[in-house]
Design a protein around this ligand. Structure first.
Ligand SMILES: NC(=O)CC[C@H](N)C(=O)O
Length: 375
């Protein structure tokens, strides 16, 4: 007979609102974080392991989670990075030829506390209207006052530096040493699928820790720089911002994704801000202003770069706009091979419309390598 969770659980939001549910697997637990929601109908494993979600409690709007199990290959980092999960129906049974385990086992191995049987439609509408805030999920349903007290001690996402929690401790290499191009990548929370995309196109990548200096990175003598996605507020990333300020003074191509895009903006003197609610899903519409074409994209961000400051900046040009709210979705530096996007062209999970951005990056690298040969 189908397993039914029985142990009561709840999610308590920082403003005191409560939604009730059950504990997945009837486990006891409590987890804190900033509550956010993802509207993707597939890709839960990629989402849960994406380092950009570090410190966040994920609410999934898809009504079924776990129904296709997990597959060891489909991870974006080596462990689950969300701090807790809230879903409607948790599937204890799964079906997919390529699955090698159940989601329940995967959550247990990663010590992730999850609650199900929550009215996620009501919860998501509530967060959508009231904005991002901290929350706690717990089976300690009779001690609300104690939970409220602990929740009030959880730091706000605004101003929080989290790249150091997920970045590699030591530099490492990916790809074939004899590949055509070398890319120096700054890991402020890098997703594996970004590395797969760089290696697939013929790059040998050296991945550097979040606090590496420009000098550390440039001494490897790469053909280009890459700045990754990652968790937390971009503004406290002073080392990364300082390193990027120097990178953009070289003539080497640079590509930034999501947190990397925000760091590039900050390096150009453009500020970032916390959005009322971020963009998290796999069907976000973008307009590419350079080609006039639309793209459906994978997104996951809670901060954005200031539009007016970008428009007023003589060195920058807005290349992409989010069609739902007109926020800046992509920029490039005038007269430089430097560009970035607020969304996820590596699309894991998600549509592959924006794949061309990696090709564009490699065209710039090829051009720049030829230029340097002639010199
Ligand atoms: N995916 C990311 O890189 C997210 C960037 C940043 N942490 C934000 O929430 O906006």
């Amino acid at each position: 007979m189908k397993y039914q969770a029985k142990r009561r659980a709840l999610i308590l939001l920082a403003d005191g609102t409560i939604f009730h549910g059950k504990s997945v697997g009837d486990k006891e637990g409590t987890a804190f974080g900033e509550v956010c929601f993802n509207t993707g109908m597939t890709g839960y494993q990629e989402i849960f392991t994406d380092p950009s979600y570090f410190g966040q409690i994920m609410v999934t709007t898809n009504a079924h989670i776990g129904n296709y199990g997990v597959n060891k290959e489909e991870v974006e980092s080596d462990s689950i990075k969300i701090s807790g999960l809230v879903c409607r129906n948790f599937s204890y049974e799964y079906s997919r030829p390529l699955a090698d385990d159940s989601l329940q086992n995967f959550l247990n191995e990663n010590n992730l506390f999850a609650i199900s049987d929550v009215d996620t439609r009501a919860l998501v509408s509530y967060i959508r209207d009231n904005g991002a805030m901290n929350a706690v999920i717990s089976t300690d349903v009779d001690n609300i006052d104690a939970l409220k007290k602990q929740l009030s001690d959880v730091p706000s996402m605004e101003g929080l530096e989290l790249a150091s929690k997920v970045s590699t401790k030591e530099a490492y290499f990916v790809g074939d040493e004899n590949a055509t191009y070398k890319i120096a990548a700054l890991d402020i929370g890098i997703k594996k699928n970004i590395l797969r995309n760089l290696v697939k196109r013929g790059a040998y990548v050296k991945v550097f820790p979040y606090n590496s200096s420009f000098e550390d990175m440039s001494s490897w003598n790469a053909d280009a720089f890459f700045i990754s996605n990652g968790p937390g507020d971009p503004e406290p990333l002073v080392d990364a911002i300082a390193a990027v300020k120097k990178m953009i003074q070289t003539d080497k191509p640079l590509f930034g994704i999501c947190l990397g895009h925000q760091v590039l903006a900050l390096a150009n003197g453009v500020s970032t801000y916390k959005m009322h609610n971020g963009h998290r899903g796999i069907n976000h519409p973008i307009l590419n202003l350079l080609t006039g074409k639309g793209e459906i994209t994978s997104q996951n961000h809670g901060f954005a770069i200031n539009r007016e400051e970008t428009e007023a900046n003589d060195n920058l040009e807005i290349t992409h706009v989010h069609l739902n709210d007109k926020t800046v979705a992509g920029i490039r530096m005038k007269n430089k091979d430097v560009f970035s996007v607020q969304y996820h062209p590596e699309a894991s999970p998600g549509p592959h419309d924006a794949d061309y951005l990696f090709d564009d990056f490699f065209k710039l690298i090829e051009k720049s390598a030829k230029r340097n040969e002639i010199v």
